[in-house]
Design a binder for this molecule. Structure first.
Ligand SMILES: C[C@@]1(CC(=O)O)C2=NC(=C\c3[nH]c(c(CCC(=O)O)c3CC(=O)O)Cc3[nH]c(c(CC(=O)O)c3CCC(=O)O)/C=C3\N/C(=C\2)[C@@H](CCC(=O)O)[C@]3(C)CC(=O)O)/[C@H]1CCC(=O)O
Ligand SMILES: NC(=O)c1ccc[n+]([C@@H]2O[C@H](COP(=O)([O-])OP(=O)(O)OC[C@H]3O[C@@H](n4cnc5c(N)ncnc54)[C@H](O)[C@@H]3O)[C@@H](O)[C@H]2O)c1
Length: 290
């Protein structure tokens, strides 16, 4: 029987949208608006919030107080003049992304249309069908970002799955990723170039480091250790085994590592020497008997 083909389509593209220094407009500073601000602060976007002060959620107010240089508040209602080809009171064309978080679906719909007509990506919290993209449950640890999306089917379920995903992480992921990021930058400086043989070798070596070193090992990499790893690993096309970390001291360097390796190998060296002495003793007894 022919294998049944999986249906294709019906999903959305999961991407990590880079918003640093880009302009994002949020219309509505209620509960959902506050949630949007929270999500955007992580991205280093410049946020403009259009919402009358009277309706601001306490969390939104707190964000405005805490991050005055990151969020510009326009204490006004977003409106469309009544004339036919009217422009909105705020030019949505000046933004890289627009989000509505309004308790007014008719206005939300109009803002979406204005954005769509000039191809500005837009999300309307109250009208999933008109959104260019959806938000999702988020799990973050430094550079690690996991999005849980049910594609509009069950936001509450997304939040619950998020808690399970959080519970499955070790807590070392963020720190390990920061170190891996630094190591990759150093490696690219040492062996520059895009694609070709050097690119392939770089990718193979980095993949092996990530596979052979645990997250814990990676999280302990410091500047000195990275240089050592590159000098003695990358240059010889090898991936050394990670050093062991003593439970007492979390800070280490390769010098210490070699020291502790030497110390670790002491017992076996001592027993080897003792073995030789013992063998010599047996041999001399045996010779004496002869
Ligand atoms: C994941 C999360 C991210 C975030 O908002 O940042 C998110 N909603 C969250 C929570 C949540 N939202 C709602 C409840 C009440 C229970 C429930 O309805 O299930 C809860 C539960 C709670 O609060 O725990 C009500 C709700 N949500 C939408 C509508 C409009 C509608 O469906 O018509 C209504 C009113 C429905 C009504 O009136 O009945 C629409 C959307 N909400 C989405 C995202 C997008 C689809 C995401 C996906 O499917 O994966 C989408 C389509 C658009 C968008 O917002 O981009 C965040 C979890 C945060 C977290 O804890 O991590
Ligand atoms: N997507 C989601 O996750 C989600 C979750 C819950 C609710 N919702 C929907 O999102 C919408 C917003 O929910 P909320 O809880 O934030 O509501 P809310 O009432 O707390 O906030 C609405 C905000 O919009 C502001 N506002 C109203 N008219 C305005 C105008 N003309 N210009 C600028 N600002 C204006 C209000 O002052 C207020 O700050 C609702 O329609 C709700 O059904 C979506």
């Amino acid at each position: 029987m022919a294998e049944q083909q999986k249906p294709v389509g019906g999903g959305s593209l999961l991407i990590a949208w880079q918003l640093k220094d880009k302009k994002v407009l949020i219309v509505g500073g209620g509960e959902v608006g506050a949630q949007r601000i929270d999500s955007l602060l992580t991205t280093d976007a410049n946020i403009d919030l259009v919402s009358p002060s009277a309706g601001l959620h306490p969390r939104t107010k707190k964000f405005l107080e805490q991050y005055p240089s990151r969020i510009t508040h326009f204490d006004q209602s977003f409106s469309f003049p009544d004339t036919q080809q009217a422009a909105a009171s705020i030019d949505v064309g000046a933004y890289d992304m627009v989000l509505t978080a309004l308790d007014d679906t008719a206005l939300s719909r109009k803002i979406v249309q204005a954005c769509r007509s000039i191809r500005v990506p837009v999300n309307a919290a109250d009208i999933p069908d008109l959104c260019d993209f959806y938000f999702g449950g988020q799990v973050r640890d430094g550079p690690l970002q996991i999005m849980i999306s049910t594609n509009g089917n069950g936001p509450r379920i997304a939040a619950l799955i998020k808690d399970r995903v959080k519970g499955a992480l070790t807590g070392k992921e963020g720190e390990a990723l920061i170190k891996v990021g630094l190591l990759r930058t150093k490696l690219k400086e040492r062996a520059p170039g895009v694609g070709g043989d050097v690119g392939k070798r770089r990718m193979r070596w980095m993949s092996r480091v990530c596979e052979q070193w645990s997250l814990e090992d990676l999280s302990h990499l410091d500047e000195e250790a990275m240089e050592k790893l590159l000098d003695e690993g990358w240059e010889r096309n090898e991936v050394p085994t990670p050093p062991e970390f003593s439970k007492e001291s979390r800070s280490w360097s390769w010098v210490e590592v070699f020291k502790s390796n030497a110390t670790r190998s002491l017992p076996s060296a001592a027993s080897f020497a003792a073995g030789i002495v013992f063998a010599q003793f047996i041999f001399s007894v045996w010779r004496g008997k002869k």
